[in-house]
Design a protein around this ligand. Structure first.
Ligand code: PDD
Length: 279
């Protein structure tokens, strides 16, 4: 397995980061995840644009333009022979003596990438449908930034694991914000899709945007508004989206079946359309 670190492609066990890296000390960094299907990156320009925006929001200079990022990603994917899976990118504020405020501006960022082989299209969970639980959203106020500070999501995903389900939906003031690593959608009884509007309260999902375009193209109405846990429990369908899950049908929320308790037609259709687009 080969990883990318600061300009070099290295064997996994030779890629080392110093203990004073600000990613390690402060979670002072940004990440991105793009899917790989049939050896190619999915919707990668949008992921690279969000990476650039996240870095800008916390004042880290983007070390590469989009073309250079894509060249490095493509080389890494090829070196690892990944046909289906993910490429993970991370940029931290670099290595410096521990001090909360930023290090000198010429401190080089730490740039790292790895790939993961993973079944995305033929994921059996998409056939059975995923169960989710709802938990309090414990995060900070700038969730639009794809920060590596993920402790709240770690605890949230662990709560899902302990409940024996695939994902947890986070809730603030009674409304669903998003999944621990995904965007939450419901479909109402009269066939409209509902997802939370973009704000600093959630990550602007790249898959969310693509699925909203596909939904509009098929004549589905998408409402961007808050929805409550009660409304989700009563929805005719639910699903979540992410670079790694694509469109994942949800068949139960907090132990209550959604619709017929099997993947619904809207979620299945959007998953098919998304896979067709990604290919
Ligand atoms: N997670 N919301 C949160 C909190 C996320 O962490 C993610 C992605 C999403 C979906 O965004 P996108 O469609 O752009 O992947 C929404 C990635 C996959 C991860 O952390 O592994």
């Amino acid at each position: 397995r080969i990883v990318y670190l600061n300009g070099e492609f290295l064997p996994f066990d030779q890629a080392r980061v110093p203990v004073m890296d600000r990613g390690f000390l402060f979670a002072d960094g940004i990440y991105e995840v793009s899917a790989i299907i049939e050896g190619r990156l999915v919707d990668n320009a949008a992921h690279l644009a969000r990476l650039d925006r996240s870095l800008g929001e916390i004042g880290i200079r983007n070390p590469h333009d989009a073309a250079e990022w894509e060249r490095l990603q493509t080389e890494l994917v090829a070196k690892n022979g990944v046909v289906e899976g993910l490429v993970y990118m991370q940029v931290t504020r670099g290595v410096y003596e521990r001090d909360f405020a930023f290090p000198p501006a010429d401190t080089p960022p730490t740039v790292m990438m790895f790939t993961q082989a993973k079944t995305v299209i033929a994921n059996t969970l998409a056939e059975t449908g995923a169960k989710v639980v709802t938990v309090e959203d414990l995060r900070w106020k700038r969730r639009d930034i794809k920060s590596v500070a993920l402790l709240a999501q770690v605890l949230t995903k662990q709560a899902a694991a302990e409940a024996g389900v695939a994902e947890a939906w986070m809730v603030e003031d009674g409304a669903v914000t998003e999944g621990s690593s995904s965007t939450a959608f419901i479909a109402t009884k009269d066939g409209r899709l509902v997802t939370r509007p973009l704000s600093t309260a959630l990550l602007p999902g790249i898959t969310r945007a693509a699925v909203m375009r596909l939904a509009a193209e098929t004549g589905l109405t998408v409402e961007e508004r808050l929805f409550s846990v009660d409304e989700a429990h009563a929805a005719s369908e639910a699903f979540y989206t992410s670079a790694s899950a694509f469109v994942m049908p949800v068949v139960a929320i907090d132990g209550r079946p959604i619709g017929e308790g099997v993947p619904g037609p809207v979620a299945r259709r959007l998953r098919e359309l998304y896979i067709a687009m990604a290919r």
